[in-house]
Design a protein around this ligand. Structure first.
Ligand code: HOZ
Length: 425
């Protein structure tokens, strides 16, 4: 490795003009005690930093790059779209095709509204659920992260967990007071909560596979019973599929587990990595949105032509189904290899994987909820992360995030990664 001198210099300069030197806290590498790498370019499974170091990338822009960086067909679509103009603030044919594609692929979605990020998608879905039900309370689960809107920054995962600010300053108690936080995978808590707050819960919101406390899959029956409880108490079930949408199956986690939510939130995946989000559900609920109904939601750049062109191209490529077989086989090989190496060295660990998203916890297990995730050995993760980085493997700089395998990761990439794991542990 040529070192990270240029990244370090850029980081020092960035800290003078950007809080913490970064535009999103998890990028800062603070939790792993290193300066962040400034990334110059990406192609396929690889990224290159400003010092010229090349890495096999398992962050993939935090999930959306299912086909890898700079896919040629996505770039072509972007180039074509760019020539026609970058933003109109008026309806376009691309938005219609994107909406049609999403409604065809995602089982629960009959109508969809495009927004600009996952944060915006979940914030808007919550407002819609409240407007539709006429209730205020929201049930969420600790360790699930639904973006940084006020009411959802309660026991939140991702950067909020990484930096120990799961309940942010600046969020009024009155706002977060309507949010009830329960433990992931603990159905008895949900049933008890519904009994206590009968008639006041607007929605239960969750990541159907948690990806923001590291990967924690739903236990057998968790999603199905949540579905029944919501139906029984006339509350809406909201799946935040910002990470799982189009990743764990063409129709997301709802297709994989056969549980249909009322509302679904999507994010960066549908822009192929460009800024975009969406939320959708049945016509009967979605028509409560302005201009049809009384729940207001808006955005100048919503359905931006560039994001739509990139995302639509990616979704069309994903629809073939071939991609998912490849993702599964590479990811299974990587997960098995990592487990075998750690087991061989007698290192306590738990590896949790759903398709091409996985996390390695330095924790003998079980790992079924955030409270169990927190018992992992963070010191071990920090050492592991830094040794992997030195060997050209770019993992998320936090013990609370996922590794994402893309269709661009080759057999050779997986073998090189496993060799690096062997060295690192
Ligand atoms: N949900 C992403 C990480 N799990 C967001 C990344 C960020 O906060 O920048």
């Amino acid at each position: 490795m040529p070192g990270a001198k240029i990244s370090e210099l850029l980081y020092q300069q960035a800290r003078q003009v950007i809080p913490g030197g970064v535009n999103s806290p998890v990028r800062a590498f603070k939790a792993v005690g290193l300066p962040p790498r400034f990334i110059r370019s990406g192609k396929g499974s690889r990224i290159v930093d400003e010092d010229g170091n090349e890495y096999i990338d398992y962050v993939g822009s935090w999930g959306p790059l299912i086909l890898g960086h700079a896919h040629p067909r996505v770039l072509e679509a972007l180039e074509e779209a760019m020539k026609r103009g970058t933003s109109f603030g008026a309806p376009t044919r691309g938005e219609l095709e994107m909406a049609q594609t999403i409604t065809e692929m995602v089982p629960s979605i009959e109508m969809v509204r495009l927004v600009n990020s996952g944060t915006e998608a979940v914030m808007s879905a919550i407002r819609l659920a409240r407007g539709y039900t006429g209730r205020n309370k929201i049930i969420k689960f600790s360790g699930c992260y639904h973006g940084h809107s006020d009411g959802l920054l309660a026991s939140a995962g991702s950067g909020a967990a990484t930096f120990s600010v799961p309940d942010s300053m600046g969020v009024p108690e009155t706002v977060v007071g309507e949010t009830i936080v329960l433990q992931y995978n603990k159905l008895d808590q949900v049933a008890a909560c519904f009994n206590e707050h009968a008639d006041s819960v607007a929605a239960v919101v969750l990541e159907p596979v948690a990806g923001n406390m590291g990967v924690v899959p739903p236990q057998q029956g968790f999603l199905a019973v949540l579905r029944d409880l919501c139906a029984k108490h006339a509350a809406l079930l909201i799946f935040d599929e910002v990470i799982t949408g189009f990743r764990v199956a063409p129709g997301g986690a709802q297709e994989l587990y056969g549980v249909i939510p009322d509302l679904t939130c999507l994010g960066k995946v549908i822009g192929g990595g460009l800024p975009v989000g969406a939320f959708g559900g049945p016509r009967s609920i979605m028509e409560s949105l302005a201009p049809e109904g009384g729940v207001y939601q808006a955005g100048t750049l919503s359905g931006n032509p560039l994001a739509v062109a990139a995302g639509l191209t990616m979704l069309r490529l994903l629809r073939t189904g071939e991609v998912y077989r490849e993702l599964e086989s590479r990811s299974a090989k990587l997960a098995k290899g990592v487990k075998d190496i750690l087991a061989g060295k007698g290192i306590p660990h738990t590896l949790r994987r759903v398709g091409s998203m996985m996390s390695l916890f330095f924790n003998p297990g079980p790992v079924t909820c955030y409270e169990e995730v927190l018992t992992s050995d963070r010191g071990a993760f920090v050492k592991f992360f830094s040794r992997m980085l030195d060997q050209g493997i770019y993992l998320a700089p936090s013990a609370f995030e996922a590794w994402f395998v893309s269709a661009a990761h080759s057999e050779e990439d997986i073998e090189r990664t496993l060799a690096a794991v062997e060295q690192s542990v």
